[in-house]
Design a protein around this ligand. Structure first.
Ligand code: TRP
Length: 340
């Protein structure tokens, strides 16, 4: 067979898209559950990754804090190995097509569909004084993010599964009403996605919004702090280092160590057989700290280079906008909006 040119090779690749909200910092849970997978997908997919800053507006945020966090997130993703030469990387708010498509999709989504979303109900309870339209519309904007790029694969955490199903419903409905327009995307929940738990309560997911700072680890945390947190991680009764349902604390640590070291849980169990919790916790802390050290260094270097960040983000947004226009034009035409 003839050799593929770069262009044909590119277009033959499937499209993978995901977004991350700029809150707190990228945690160990985000890293193992999402960002590390993104990094691996860059070679096999046409990859699109963005900072979901419009989604972030659905809860009240201090403007200067949001801006700082968004920039910091961008630098953290770069430092984690998202390569702007291989992937599109940009801020959602800089590509107006996201919001524009969301409006049209809004007119094809029922209030009943969005108001029954689990996340909407949870967030409404949590932010009872600010149940704004955006909070309910969150999954429709997410559908726009995904459908705009004719995405094949959308890696998300288990908590976003319902939103992905709604995206598929919206795409199918639109296609039936107006003719084939959107690719119906597949969700992809990475095996690790749901599994990284709080270091203080291993029965709940590690979350950037956890009020207890000892519960989470950040990719830009210093070595001493990481090791200290692992040393004080909650473990279970007994002393065996095994993956078992009645040992959520130790199981969480095994999962983390295995993912960081590229080993299977069984290999980790064998490695630490007969050793105590103390030794094991220290080893996990050291492994995580060693993995994050270069990320932290890269992050600090990048954050100082404002011009690089700005140019990279602009370049990403321009290219994303160019691709997004294709779908948006088609959609506008299909629904009967004027085009000259
Ligand atoms: N809602 C996602 C989350 O909180 C972030 C997100 C926004 C997203 N738009 C997306 C993820 C589109 C995948 C695809 O995790």
């Amino acid at each position: 067979m003839a050799e593929l040119t770069n262009e044909t090779e590119k277009s033959a690749k499937k499209v993978c898209l995901s977004g991350i909200q700029p809150t707190g910092t990228v945690t160990l849970g985000n890293y193992l559950g999402a960002v590390q997978n993104w990094q691996n997908m860059q070679n096999d997919f046409n990859s699109i990754f963005f900072i979901a800053d419009l989604h972030a507006l659905t809860v009240r945020r201090d403007p200067s804090e949001l801006k700082q966090t968004s920039l910091s997130f961008f630098a953290q993703l770069l430092a984690c190995g998202i390569n702007p030469e291989k992937s599109m990387l940009y801020f959602q708010s800089q590509v107006h097509e996201h919001a524009e498509l969301a409006w049209i999709l809004n007119c094809n989504t029922y209030v009943g569909e969005t108001s029954r979303m689990t996340q909407f109900k949870d967030k409404s309870a949590k932010h009872a004084d600010n149940i704004n339209m955006g909070l309910m519309d969150y999954p429709v904007l997410m559908a726009a993010d995904i459908l705009l790029f004719q995405s094949d694969l959308v890696p998300v955490g288990i908590d976003q599964k319902q939103h992905l199903e709604l995206t598929r419903d919206i795409a199918i409905r639109f296609n039936n009403l107006y003719g084939e327009t959107f690719k119906v995307p597949e969700g992809y929940i990475p095996p690790m996605g749901a599994k990284i738990c709080s270091l203080q309560d291993p029965t709940v997911k590690m979350s950037k919004s956890d009020p207890n700072p000892k519960a989470t680890i950040s990719v830009i945390e210093d070595e001493a702090s990481i090791i200290k947190k692992f040393k004080s991680a909650v473990t279970d009764s007994g002393s065996e280092i095994v993956m078992r349902e009645d040992k959520p604390g130790v199981s969480n640590l095994i999962t983390i160590y295995a993912a960081i070291e590229g080993k299977t849980p069984a290999q980790v169990e064998a490695e630490f057989a007969g050793q105590g919790y103390g030794t094991f916790k220290l080893a996990v802390g050291e492994a995580v700290a060693a993995k994050f050290k270069p990320i932290k260094e890269d992050y600090e270097r990048l954050l100082k280079d404002k011009t690089f960040i700005e140019n990279t983000a602009k370049g990403g947004a321009e290219y994303a906008s160019y691709i997004a226009q294709k779908t948006l034009k088609k959609v506008k035409k299909k629904v009967g909006l004027i085009s000259f």
